[in-house]
Design a protein around this ligand. Structure first.
Ligand SMILES: *Cc1c(COP(=O)(O)O)cnc(C)c1O
Length: 402
């Protein structure tokens, strides 16, 4: 068993070696510009891009012409939201979204607020899910977009996107969903949820970094968007710039493997995830699961431990690559805004770990991880001032243990 053990697959995934293999010829042999219309180099590159477009579209039940390749999901989220705001400027100025969205959505909305749009940030219940009735109530005659993610990157909560899509259709409002964490992991179909705009990222599904896509339903009158990058009319005029051919080929290949293997891989990681949770619950008291267990990505577990300090927990988890709701994982001093949105107190939000399982995860690793976490939590609880009153500086006592 190799260490550190990688359990941070929501942050990124390794590129599947089969995907690398598919990409390699497009750096050196088939290196043409997909926009070169006059020679075979360009035609070969274009054919490869169009094949990838079919593969990516196939994974989400879309028409290939509705796929716009971007540099990733951050760009796709920006393009969707700013693109709607610009195209519908004369029709309305209100956006409905949710407090637990990814920064790419929230920061784009904040930016538009500074330019005079209004945004409703809807709350979530304690299980991390938004209530569709809240969406229905938030929509006004000025609403031009509803943006709610398919599954959350921290707690794995799957949002009721089908109900939200139905509301959007009923009200004639565009529906965008950031589906980065869901696509390739659980079944996802643009028609089933009536999505007009969907953000995707290759590196969250065993493809390369720096490539993604925005699905844009051409037939939707609610969802025509204005391009945000000008310069050559690529991608239906919605995203100019020379296409990243090797990246797009890799994205397509990754989508193909996800489609073929998703069901088996989902069942496998779900079993390992459940094994991890069962072990933690068996060996420790007061393990708090953050987010719905029922409506949850199969490879996600997010738990908080009472009676200890988040910083100490993260420091002690030295040979397992995980994320935490603790301040020291990010530039900000605040604990995770997603966990806070569930109603967690700061202490509990900080003392959390996100486990993101993936294709490389084994039962042996899970058993090592549960044993290690158990012993760390027990040790920290014994000496934590949060659990008992010890006249000792917690960081100093931690150092002695290491
Ligand atoms: C990773 C992630 C993004 C950003 O994707 P990039 O391709 O890295 O820009 C957006 N939304 C969610 C939910 C993510 O997990």
């Amino acid at each position: 068993m190799k260490r550190p053990i990688y359990l941070d697959h929501h942050a990124t995934t390794p590129v599947d070696p089969r995907v690398v293999e598919a990409m390699v010829p497009y750096f050196t042999e088939t290196f043409g510009n997909a926009a070169s219309r006059n020679h075979a180099f360009g035609w070969a590159a274009r054919d490869a891009v169009e094949h990838a477009r079919v593969q990516v579209a196939g994974l989400i039940g879309a028409h290939p012409k509705d796929i716009i390749f971007t540099s990733g999901a951050t760009e796709a989220d920006n393009l969707a939201i700013a693109g709607i705001a610009e195209a519908f400027r004369s029709r309305g100025d209100h956006i409905v979204t949710c407090v637990t969205e990814h920064r790419a959505v929230l920061d784009t909305c904040r930016h538009l607020e500074e330019r005079g749009l209004s945004v409703s940030y809807l709350p979530v219940a304690a299980d991390g899910r938004i209530n569709p009735d809240d969406v229905r109530l938030a929509v006004t005659d000025r609403t031009i977009l509803i943006s709610v993610m398919a599954a959350n990157n921290e707690i794995g909560a799957i949002q009721p996107v089908e109900a939200i899509g139905a509301i959007a259709r009923e009200r004639g409002v565009a529906f965008h969903t950031d589906a980065v964490q869901a696509v390739g992991k659980i079944p996802f179909n643009v028609d089933a949820i009536n999505a007009d705009l969907v953000s995707l990222s290759a590196h969250k599904m065993y493809g390369p970094k720096g490539v993604g896509a925005l699905y844009v339903r051409r037939k939707s009158s609610a969802a025509s968007i204005a391009g945000q990058i000008q310069g050559g009319g690529h991608e239906r005029g919605l995203r100019a710039g020379t296409l990243n051919v090797p990246g797009i080929v890799g994205f397509g290949a990754a989508a193909g493997f996800c489609q073929a293997e998703m069901a088996a891989e989902g069942a496998r990681t779900r079993e390992l995830r459940d094994r991890l949770l069962e072990a933690l619950r068996r060996d420790l008291e007061d393990v708090v699961v953050n987010g719905s267990l029922e409506h949850r990505l199969p490879h996600n577990l997010n738990v908080s431990f009472t009676g200890l300090e988040g910083e100490a927990l993260l420091m002690a988890v030295d040979d397992i690559a995980v994320s935490s709701g603790s301040a020291c994982t990010s530039a900000s001093k605040e604990p995770s805004y997603v966990l806070k949105a569930l109603g967690l107190a700061d202490d509990l939000a900080r003392a959390s770990i996100r486990f993101g399982l993936g294709r490389s995860t084994t039962a042996e690793e899970i058993d090592y991880v549960s044993a290690k976490i158990t012993s760390i939590v027990r040790r920290l609880r014994e000496m934590s001032p949060l659990a008992q009153h010890v006249d000792e500086e917690p960081v100093a006592s931690l150092r002695r243990l290491n």
